[in-house]
Write a new protein. Structure first.
Length: 225
C-alpha cells in the first residue's frame, strides 16, 4: 500500500510540471480531421428516405471535421477548452443486389450524411509533457442532412445517382467526448476522440433508438493569444 501511495504521489508531482502552456494563458487552435461514424440501431429506426435504403448490412461512414478550439490553462495540469466544429457524420450500408427475369439491379454507395455544428466543452488533464486526457460534453445542431445511393440496371447499363433529404432526424444532439491529445514542440496537436451519443437521432422501433457514434481524429496548430 505504501508503494502505491508513493507511485501516486510521483505521478502527481510529474503531472504538475507537464503542461506546455502557462497558467492563466489562452490559446487558439484551428483544426481539421476525419470522422469514422455510424448510427446505432439504425435498422430499427424510423428514419424515412429513398428506396428503403436501410436494408442490408450497416457499415461505417467517413466524413470530415473542421473548426477551431479555444483553451484556457487553469492549473499546471488542468485546462478547459471550448470549440466550434463542423462535423460530417452518418452511416453507410453494404451494397445490395437483386435479380430475376434476366434483370440485375444493384444499389451501391448507400449512405446517410448528417452535418452538425458541434460545440464541444472539455477538460484536459495533462498526464505527461504535451500529452492530455480529456472528457466533457458536446452539443450538436443539425445543419444539413442527405440520403444517397447509386442505382444500377444492367439491361440498360444505366447508372442513376439519387439523393434527397432525410425525414425524422432530430435537430439537436448531445454527446460525451472522451479522448486524448499530444502537442509536439512545434505546437502541432494530434487529437483523437470518441463521441458517444446520448440523445436520439431519431425515434426507434421495438424500444430501440438510433444514436450517433463517432471516432474523430484531428490535426491542429496551437498558438497563444
Amino acid at each position: 500500500m505504501k508503494k502505491l501511495f508513493a507511485l501516486v504521489a510521483l505521478c502527481v508531482a510529474t503531472v504538475g510540471v507537464s503542461a506546455q502552456s502557462e497558467v492563466g494563458t489562452f490559446s487558439l487552435q484551428p483544426k481539421i480531421g476525419l470522422n469514422v461514424s455510424f448510427l446505432t440501431n439504425v435498422e430499427n429506426s424510423s428514419i424515412e428516405f429513398l428506396n428503403s435504403v436501410q436494408e442490408g448490412d450497416r457499415d461505417v461512414n467517413f466524413g470530415f471535421a473542421a473548426g477551431v478550439e479555444a483553451e484556457y490553462q487553469l492549473t499546471p495540469m488542468i485546462s478547459v477548452a471550448a470549440g466550434l466544429l463542423y462535423s460530417m457524420q452518418g452511416t453507410k450500408w453494404a451494397d445490395i443486389e437483386s435479380s430475376g427475369m434476366d434483370l440485375k439491379l444493384m444499389d451501391k454507395d448507400r449512405k446517410i450524411e448528417l452535418g452538425y455544428l458541434n460545440i464541444p466543452i472539455v477538460a484536459n488533464f495533462y498526464v505527461a509533457k504535451g500529452f492530455a486526457l480529456k472528457a466533457g460534453v458536446q452539443m450538436g445542431f443539425l445543419v444539413n442532412d442527405k440520403a444517397k445511393y447509386t442505382y444500377y440496371e444492367n439491361d440498360e447499363q444505366r447508372e442513376v445517382k439519387v439523393s434527397g433529404d432525410v425525414k425524422g432526424v432530430k435537430k439537436f444532439d448531445l454527446s460525451i467526448p472522451l479522448g486524448a491529445s499530444y502537442e509536439f514542440d512545434n505546437h502541432v496537436v494530434i487529437d483523437a476522440r470518441y463521441n458517444l451519443g446520448l440523445t436520439k437521432v431519431c425515434e426507434g422501433k421495438e424500444g430501440k433508438s438510433s444514436k450517433n457514434s463517432v471516432i474523430q481524429v484531428t490535426v491542429g496548430y496551437k498558438f497563444e493569444l
